[in-house]
Design a protein around this ligand. Structure first.
Ligand SMILES: Cc1cc2nc3c(=O)[nH]c(=O)nc-3n(C[C@H](O)[C@H](O)[C@H](O)COP(=O)(O)OP(=O)(O)OC[C@H]3O[C@@H](n4cnc5c(N)ncnc54)[C@H](O)[C@@H]3O)c2cc1C
Length: 383
């Protein structure tokens, strides 16, 4: 009986939900993954199909078109994609966009956008990073100038997840005359047919090949005044800070799930592959490595499960979520490296999931705030 990674927060209803998520992934996402990796995006159809089945915005209230569930439903979807190494459909960013709207949007903004995100009609993206600045968000240069009846946006963004497919981009801009964080706002930009808006390259990444990470350009793009998230200028930094625990926990959830998926695939492989007349699984080195890795995954699972419970109670703070993001992503990178080693040369071949997971895992230490920034955040909370 292989080791079972139990979740403290699941129950039979959630496990039935998990079955339907797995059916969707195995019938709609997995078969198209090779093609999506070649193309650099998963296409719109899979998003619409997920929407039709109620698998987008699962933790958004039904009155706004969501499924009326909670973070556990989201976790189930993130887990089942990550454990299979299917990273093309960035449902995490899509859900984060929905949460910005839910937490900070005006009633009109919620009613206008959330049902369309939930149906998959719009794919969501959040555009903070620019060629000249990432960690130091206050250094952004994209500016939205307020004119008599609209804003005019000029600037460029890079590394934007879902950037190619996005129908709604939350653009973090400088507005007004205030310096620093008080001069930042989030503008809701609907992209279809928008004059002056251009999607650049789908960027060639070392991993996450099926995911459309893109450059975005804004050249005198106009949006109405009521497209400021929450209706009031200068709230951007505050809004971004509020939702950090949600984003960082998702990285923790996917990290643990990918380790679990990689571990199970490796266990099967070392039991089948032979060298020197015995199974790879029988070498003491393999047994000890797997023992160490299983322990690390259990520790990660316990911490992430506790964070999920706190998220459900509304008590998860930014420092704890940052610890989960940092510890899990660091551990994920180490664990996948050690698992890959047990596959020998096959571990280096992209046709095996362990190679893809290894490459995909690397960015978990970089996006969502780098792990160095996580240390700053955690250290500040200790002062
Ligand atoms: C695949 C992928 C998807 C992404 N998706 C999105 C997205 O959807 N939306 C979006 O806006 N951005 C996205 N990003 C951007 C990502 O969030 C940034 O790359 C990240 O925040 C780091 O910014 P940077 O690349 O400019 O690095 P820099 O900020 O230039 O950092 C370079 C190095 O310096 C370190 N450093 C910086 N400041 C400090 C400090 N104070 N103390 C110690 N060390 C420091 C960093 O940790 C890093 O190691 C994505 C990136 C990738 C690769």
């Amino acid at each position: 009986m292989p080791i079972e990674f139990k979740r403290t927060w699941s129950d039979s209803t959630l496990e039935s939900f998990r079955d339907s998520v797995v059916r969707f992934i195995e019938s709609e996402v997995q078969p198209g993954d090779e093609e999506a990796r070649r193309r650099g995006h998963v296409g719109h159809q899979v998003w619409r199909e997920a929407g039709k089945l109620g698998l987008l915005c699962t933790d958004i209230p039904e009155e706004y078109g969501g499924a009326g569930g909670d973070f556990r439903h989201e976790a189930v979807i993130h887990e089942e994609l990550a454990r299979r190494g299917l990273t093309g459909m960035n449902n995490a960013v899509h859900s984060i966009v929905a949460h910005y709207l839910l937490s900070h949007g005006t009633e009109e903004q919620k009613k206008h956008y959330l049902p369309r995100l939930a149906s998959g009609e719009l794919v969501g993206a959040i555009a903070m990073t620019e060629p000249g600045t990432g960690s130091d968000l206050k250094g952004i240069r994209t500016r939205a100038e307020r004119h008599a009846d609209h804003y005019v946006i000029n600037g460029s963004k890079t590394f934007i997840s879902n950037g190619f497919l996005a129908g709604l981009v939350l653009v973090v801009c400088k507005t007004g005359g205030a310096e620093g964080s008080r001069g930042m706002s989030i503008l809701l930009v609907e992209t279809e047919g928008l004059a002056g808006y251009r999607v650049g390259r789908v960027l060639d990444k070392m991993g996450m090949k099926a995911q459309d990470t893109s450059e975005l350009f804004f050249d005198n793009v106009t949006v109405p005044h009521d497209h400021v998230l929450g209706g009031q200028e200068g709230q951007g930094m505050y809004q971004l800070m509020q939702d950090l625990p949600y984003e960082r926990l998702i990285i923790g959830v996917t990290g643990v799930a990918m380790m679990e998926g990689g571990f199970e695939a490796t266990l099967q492989y070392v039991n089948e592959r032979k060298a020197f007349g015995q199974r790879i699984a029988d070498f003491q080195n393999t047994r000890f490595k797997l023992a160490e890795i299983a322990t690390q995954i259990r520790v990660g699972r316990a911490f992430v499960d506790q964070c999920i419970e706190e998220m459900l109670e509304g008590t998860l703070d930014t420092a704890t979520a940052s610890m989960a993001k940092m510890w899990v992503s660091d551990t994920q990178n180490r664990v996948l490296d050690e698992l890959l080693q047990l596959w020998g040369g096959y571990g280096y071949m992209n046709e095996y999931p362990i190679a893809r997971m290894y490459a995909d895992a690397r960015v978990q230490r970089i996006y969502g705030g780098t792990n160095e920034i996580m240390k700053e955040v955690i250290a500040r909370s200790l002062a």
